[in-house]
Ligand binder design. Structure first.
Ligand code: PMP
Length: 440
């Protein structure tokens, strides 16, 4: 493909989660995408090692999705989402529910992971209120949790930089400790052995506040954005048991885990724990059109339907909830996942993928490697006294060498589209290995 020049003026676009000044001095622009590869503005093929932002699970440029979206926009571009509906949103909800764990059978649409999280938190609060337990207002998240950037999400989230600039956030929020324990679990294969007992933090919070004040706990089955923290064996089950014991709702944030990343439809399936609410986005449309969805257990939906509000049961929604283009994209995406058995493919490839990750173990500064399904992370020792993290340099270097990776702090995350093949996995890790050596 021809080289495409960088626009003359990059200044007006204030970029999200970006070092704007560094970026604008040396921009990285992507101008095309097909299957496993992006095309960069300087005409290079870049292997996508992170499925865009953990979302393009079926690979890029899928004709089935673009054709479905094109068809839909010419038929009906938009339909109001309040007190009105269109057929695709209902068809999609039924398809999503078929995919969901048993007992989860309703879907509420939004447009992103952040909106899904705020929606789920509000659902949890309103649910308890309708049931006459309005004292249950506390929300519990986890250190190193990422739940998007809404005020609800940053309040229950556990990332200091996402919280410290924004005031006091939601009141009545507590956090469980995170489960990352390199002293006991470094270089674990799959789920770490140690740490199930960390779920008992919830019992401590119940003892401190009383269960009658706690509405919900939200965790990612695998915490993705903070460096791929895989739940220790038994941890999520223990959390579920404690929630059940005290009438606390369990919310899984499946924005990254959902739609095949773990080798099953959802992290809930892989870890055999069914939450009460599940937040999703990203892979629901293969990243092609923004969409999020909250999945709810029947009991929660039924509670709203028997509540005192007869006209509108849940005072919440978005102009673009269930947008026709997003529904069309999602239906086509689900077809591709099913026809190509991509979740099974992820499960089958995960051993090869994990081995390739763990093969980097003896490289300089590597202090941990972890993997589950088609996600892995390589953690590097911090560089004393220097602000530039090794992982950032590795990200830049790998991109220059034609591989797109994610970095967070001192951690490199790898989560490619599920269509990746073994040769591409080898290439990805070879480039990563070279970049690690080069920054030593
Ligand atoms: N929850 C989790 C677990 C996520 O990983 C993300 C995004 N990385 C979000 C929520 C927020 O999603 P969005 O960026 O679509 O708002």
């Amino acid at each position: 493909m021809a080289r495409i020049t960088v626009p003359n003026d990059l200044d007006a676009h204030w970029m999200p989660f970006t070092a704007n000044r560094q970026f604008k001095a040396a921009p990285r622009l992507l101008v095309g995408a097909k299957d496993m590869y992006y095309t960069s503005h300087d005409g290079r093929q870049v292997l996508d090692g992170c499925a865009g932002l953990w979302c393009v699970n079926a690979g890029h440029g899928r004709d089935k999705i673009s054709e479905a979206v094109a068809r839909q926009i010419s038929e009906m571009d938009y339909s109001p989402s309040f007190q009105m509906g269109h057929p695709l949103s209902f068809e999609l909800a039924s398809r999503l529910v078929e995919l969901a764990p048993d007992g989860i059978d309703h879907v509420f649409y939004c447009n992103s992971g952040s909106e899904a999280v705020d929606t789920a938190l509000k659902m949890a609060l309103a649910y308890h209120r309708i049931r006459g337990e309005g004292s249950r207002t506390r929300l519990i998240g986890r250190e190193r949790g990422y739940h998007g950037v809404g005020f609800g999400g940053i309040s229950v989230g556990g990332i200091v930089s996402n919280r410290k600039h924004f005031g006091t956030l939601l009141s009545g929020v507590d956090h469980l400790r995170h489960t990352h324990d390199p002293a006991r679990n470094a270089f674990s294969w799959g789920q770490p052995e140690h740490g199930a007992e960390l779920a008992d933090d919830l019992e401590r919070l119940v003892a401190l506040h009383d269960a009658s004040t706690i509405a919900a706990v939200i965790v990612e089955p695998i915490a993705g954005s903070t460096g791929v923290l895989i739940p220790p064996k038994g941890y999520l089950k223990r959390l579920r048991e404690i929630c059940d014991r005290h009438g606390i709702l369990l919310i899984f944030d499946e924005v990254i885990c959902g739609f095949g990343r773990t080798g099953k439809a959802f992290g809930a399936d892989s870890f055999e724990v069914t939450p009460d609410l599940m937040t999703t986005a990203k892979g629901i449309t293969n990243g092609a059109v923004p969409m999020g969805a909250v999945f709810a257990k029947k009991e929660i939906y039924d509670t709203f339907m028997t509540g005192p509000e007869h006209l509108i049961e849940f005072f919440h929604g978005y102009t673009y909830s269930g947008h026709p283009l997003a529904c069309a994209a999602a239906l086509a995406t689900l077809d591709i996942y099913a026809e190509e058995k991509l979740f099974d493919r992820a499960a089958n490839l995960s051993e090869y993928f994990g081995k390739a990750a763990h093969a980097l173990r003896d490289l300089p500064n590597v202090i941990d490697i972890r993997n589950y399904g088609m996600v892995a992370a390589v953690e590097l020792s911090p560089r004393a006294g220097e602000p530039t993290k090794r992982a950032y340099e590795i990200f830049v270097r790998a991109y220059e060498q034609g591989v797109l990776l994610r970095f967070t702090g001192d951690i490199i995350a790898i989560s490619p589209p599920l269509i990746i093949d073994e040769a591409q996995i080898d290439h990805l890790y070879a480039v990563l290995a070279e970049a690690i050596k080069a920054t030593a």
